[in-house]
Design a protein around this ligand. Structure first.
Ligand code: GN1
Ligand code: MG
Length: 362
C-alpha cells in the first residue's frame, strides 16, 4: 500500500516525502487513508480516498458535483472552512491508477468526529450543521448536478427492487428472512408514500446531502463546534426531510447501526428533540408546510428504506456494503427494523415534539 500511496501523492504533486499512513475506518463504501508527509521537518496530513466504483459508477461526475458545490460555498462564505481537493498536473481533482483505482486527495482537517454521542448539545449542533448546509445551498442551481446514483432515496423503487430480488432468491437466503420480509411488506405502501409524492412533484426538490450520519460532520476538538460537513459523494437533488430523517435514524438510535442484540435498539426521543431543534432552527425559513409536517413519517420511511437496502444486499450476495463478517447485512437489517418499529410506536410523541420545537422557535 505504501508504494501505491506514494504514486498517488506524486500525481497530486504533494510536497515532501511520504512519512506514514493509516487506514481510517470511515463509511461502508469507500476506503480512506490518513497520509502524512514530511517537508523540511514539518508534517502535513492528507486524506487519500479510493472511491468504490462498484457503487459510484460515474466517479468523475461525483467529483464535478463536489467541485460545483464546494466552489459555491467558498464563494458565498469565504471565511468558512470548506473541503480542499488537490489537483493533478492534468488539472483533474482525481487520478486513476494502473489498477483502475479511482483516487482523490483532500487536505486533512484537524478535528474530531462522533459515531455516537450522548451529549445533547453535540446532537443539536449536528442538526444545525446539516440544516445550515441545506440552507446555504438553497439558492444553488441543483439542475447542474449529476444524479450520481439514480433513485438513491426513491424508497418505492428500493422496495420494488427488494421484492423482485426476493422472487429471484439467487443465493437461496430468502427462507431465512421470511419474518423480515413480511414486516416490510406490511409497511411497504406507507414507507413508499413520500417518495411517490416527491416524484409527483408535491414535495419540493432541494439540493440535499443524502448521507447525513453524524460522523459526516467534523467538529473542533476543543470547542465542540461543527467545522464542516463532509462526504459530499451523494449530493443530489432530493427531499429535505430525508436529510433530517437519515440523521435522526442514525443519531437517535440507542445502539449502533449494526447492533446484533436488538433488545438494545430503541429510538431516543430526547436525542430526536435535540437534533430537531438544531435542524429546524437552521431551516425553518425555507422549509414549507408539507416538509415540516412529514419529518416524522420520513424518519420511519428512511429507516425502512435502509433496512430494505441491507436486506436486498444480503439476499443478493453482499456485493454493495462492506461486510466485516458473513451475516453483517442481516444484522444491520434486523437492527434497522427494530428501530423502525420503535419509531412507529412513538409516532404521536415525535409529532408532538416537532410541533413543540416549532412553537418555541417561532
Ligand atoms: C453508506 O459509506 P457511508 O457510511 O458513507 C451508504 C448510505 C447508508 C450508510 C449506512 C453511497 O454510507 O446510503 O445510509 O452506508 N452510502 C451509499 O451506514 O450507498
Ligand atoms: Mg457516504
Amino acid at each position: 500500500m505504501f508504494e501505491t500511496l506514494k504514486i498517488v501523492g506524486e500525481k497530486f504533486r504533494l510536497p515532501g516525502e511520504l512519512y506514514s499512513y493509516n487506514v481510517i475506518a470511515m463509511g461502508n463504501i469507500n476506503s480512506t487513508y490518513k497520509v502524512t508527509y514530511v517537508n523540511e521537518k514539518s508534517f502535513k496530513s492528507y486524506l487519500f480516498q479510493k472511491v468504490n466504483t462498484n457503487v459510484f459508477k460515474s466517479p468523475i461526475e461525483i467529483m464535478e458535483n463536489i467541485d460545483h458545490v464546494t466552489s459555491f460555498i467558498r464563494a458565498k462564505y469565504p471565511d468558512q472552512i470548506t473541503l480542499h481537493f488537490h489537483h493533478t498536473d492534468e488539472g483533474t481533482n482525481y487520478f486513476v491508477d494502473g489498477d483502475d483505482a479511482f483516487w482523490r486527495v483532500i487536505n486533512y482537517v484537524d478535528s474530531v468526529t462522533f459515531n455516537a454521542s450522548d451529549d445533547l448539545r453535540v446532537i443539536e449542533a449536528t442538526g444545525k450543521a446539516f440544516g445550515n448546509f441545506q440552507t446555504q445551498l438553497s439558492d444553488f442551481d441543483g439542475s447542474i448536478l449529476h444524479e450520481t446514483i439514480p433513485d438513491f432515496h426513491n424508497t418505492k423503487k428500493r422496495l420494488d427492487t427488494l421484492f423482485a430480488d426476493v422472487e429471484m432468491d439467487e443465493c437461496g437466503r430468502v427462507k431465512e428472512v421470511s419474518e423480515e420480509i413480511a414486516y416490510i411488506e406490511s409497511v411497504r405502501e406507507q414507507a413508499a408514500e413520500l417518495s411517490v409524492r416527491f416524484e409527483n412533484g408535491e414535495i419540493p426538490k432541494r439540493v440535499t446531502h443524502n448521507d447525513t450520519k453524524c460522523n459526516n460532520v467534523l467538529f473542533d476538538s476543543v470547542t465542540k463546534e461543527p467545522i464542516v460537513v463532509i462526504d459530499l459523494d451523494t449530493i443530489m437533488p432530493g427531499m429535505s426531510m430525508y436529510d433530517f430523517a437519515d440523521a435522526v435514524r442514525f443519531i437517535a438510535n440507542t445502539a449502533v447501526e449494526d447492533e446484533p442484540d436488538t433488545s438494545k435498539v430503541f429510538f431516543d426521543t430526547a436525542k430526536f428533540r435535540a437534533f430537531a431543534n438544531g435542524f429546524i432552527g437552521a431551516t425553518k425559513d425555507s422549509l414549507t408546510e408539507i416538509e415540516i409536517e412529514n419529518l416524522v413519517k420520513a424518519t420511519f420511511s428512511i429507516t425502512i428504506e435502509l433496512a430494505s437496502r441491507f436486506l436486498d444486499d444480503y439476499i443478493t450476495g453482499d456485493k454493495y456494503f462492506r461486510c466485516e463478517y458473513p451475516k453483517h447485512n442481516l444484522v444491520r437489517t434486523r437492527c434497522q427494523l427494530q428501530l423502525a418499529k420503535d419509531i412507529a410506536r412513538k409516532t404521536d410523541e415525535l409529532e408532538w415534539i416537532i410541533r413543540d420545537v416549532l412553537e418555541k422557535r417561532s
